[in-house]
Design a binder for this molecule. Structure first.
Ligand SMILES: [Zn+2]
Length: 427
């Protein structure tokens, strides 16, 4: 540690330590929660003066993560609760694996004793249920009847299997805007605090569409929704979410070509600007984009549409299935404002792009096409794009910018909006 660092004024030292926590704050909102580096400990070991400064800065102790099964967890939790003083806190609680071996009622008592009294200052709460204790009867009940006045984000994740959960915060959570539920079922009627949700991520597979539609109907402010849709019954209810601007759906991949249009037709969301579909196949996309209209839905404001598939999830290309039987010959009537189309690991990308850019197609208002393809498809797709360029040069006309990349940089796991591309072709 250089002399210049050691001579930093206290306020700057705290600011640097807080900056060192930004990755963890970002991780709170990501899937991974992978960061284990805790800058407050590192800094407090540098020198006695640093220790005094860090220990005396409550904002550095506001990110609390505890596994009730690990040794010393109770003491460390107490330390964070003390040192964070009156600061608002973010809390992640891990149910210990093998908690069914613990003394009955122990987890309930610990949560009730150590966490519930802090509820007035918990801003962000993540509960990870991991055990074969499938009723989860000890981690959640302590939160059932209490109010959470400053809670903004609630996340309940079960890594084990689907289970139901009893209602939480029956006395209210008036500032709750973001809810993530994975692996457990939100029972109807949904809690009253769903009325303030703007972000809802419901990754559990269990509920039917009628239940999902009933739950989202209780969220009149919803702008951001992630859902898993496993099956569409013929006479199912639809989603009426006029405020929705972002929708990410996961669909099962065993439906026929008309399955995707039937799923898309479930959403009455005319304000939608960004739509991501995970689990679609090329023949489904070809049919959807070739339709002039859907029976119920239209998306006049939609500018960004993405279709994603895990690289190992689909073998249509190599299994010699029939190529898509629908060709896309004009801008899709369902998405008249579409300016950015993304296809990641989609089967029949060559066919789709040949249709969209090809000479038979009327010009789309598309500005950008983003393509992440399997290595084996890269040359084929690139050839299709280059052929389209040649034709356009001969006949005039403009093409969108095409961003093309292949695995591994392009795998779905790495897919982000701002990824860098192997090839970018602009005209
Ligand atoms: Zn496929």
């Amino acid at each position: 540690m250089s002399h210049s660092v050691l001579s930093l004024p206290n306020e700057l030292l705290v600011a640097i330590a807080v900056a060192g926590q930004q990755d963890r704050i970002a991780d709170l909102n990501s899937e991974t929660q992978s960061t284990t580096f805790k800058s407050e400990w590192t800094w407090s070991h540098v020198s006695q003066r640093f220790r005094d400064v860090v220990v005396g800065a409550p904002e550095l102790w506001a990110l609390i993560e505890t596994d009730f099964g690990s040794e010393g967890s109770v003491e460390i939790l107490k330390l964070y609760l003390e040192r964070s003083r009156a600061c608002q806190i973010s809390v992640t609680l891990h149910e210990p694996s093998g908690s069914h071996l613990l003394e009955e009622g122990l987890l309930d008592r610990r949560v009730t004793r150590d966490i519930v009294p802090q509820i007035n200052r918990i801003r962000w709460l993540r509960i990870v249920l991991t055990t074969m204790n499938w009723e989860h009867e000890e981690m959640l009940p302590p939160f059932r009847d209490v109010a959470a006045p400053c809670l903004q984000h609630l996340e309940v994740v079960s890594t084990d299997h689907d289970a139901g959960t009893d209602a939480l915060f029956l006395s209210g959570a008036p500032r709750l805007s973001s809810l993530k539920i994975d692996g457990i079922t939100l029972r109807l009627p949904a809690p009253a605090w769903t009325a303030t949700l703007t972000h809802f991520d419901y990754s559990s597979g269990a509920p039917d569409i009628d239940s999902l539609a009933a739950i989202t109907a209780q969220c009149p402010l919803l702008v951001h929704l992630r859902l898993r849709i496993n099956y569409v019954a013929p006479d199912t209810n639809r989603f009426h979410i006029p405020t929705l601007s972002f929708l990410h759906i996961f669909i099962s991949d065993d439906g026929g070509a008309d399955y995707l249009p039937r799923v898309v037709d479930l959403f009455h969301s005319p304000a939608l600007t960004k739509f991501i579909v995970h689990g679609s196949h090329g023949d489904q996309i070809a049919l959807l984009l070739s339709l002039k209209s859907l029976p119920h839905s239209s998306f006049p404001a939609l500018t960004s549409l993405a279709f994603l598939m895990g690289s190992s999830q689909c073998s249509c290309d190599t299994a010699n299935h029939d190529h898509p039987s629908h060709s896309i010959s004009s801008p899709p009537g369902i998405f008249p404002a579409l300016s950015h189309l993304t296809l990641i690991n989609q089967c029949y990308t060559s066919d789709l792009i040949r249709d969209i850019l090809g000479p038979a197609s009327q010009p789309w208002p598309l500005k950008t096409i983003t393509l992440g393809v399997k290595n084996i498809s890269f040359d084929g797709v690139r050839g299709v794009i280059e052929d389209a360029v040649v034709v356009k040069r001969q006949h005039g006309g403009s093409l969108p910018t095409v961003q093309l990349g292949c695995e591994p940089a392009w795998s779905l796991a790495n897919w982000k909006e701002d990824i860098s591309w192997d090839v970018e072709i602009s005209w």
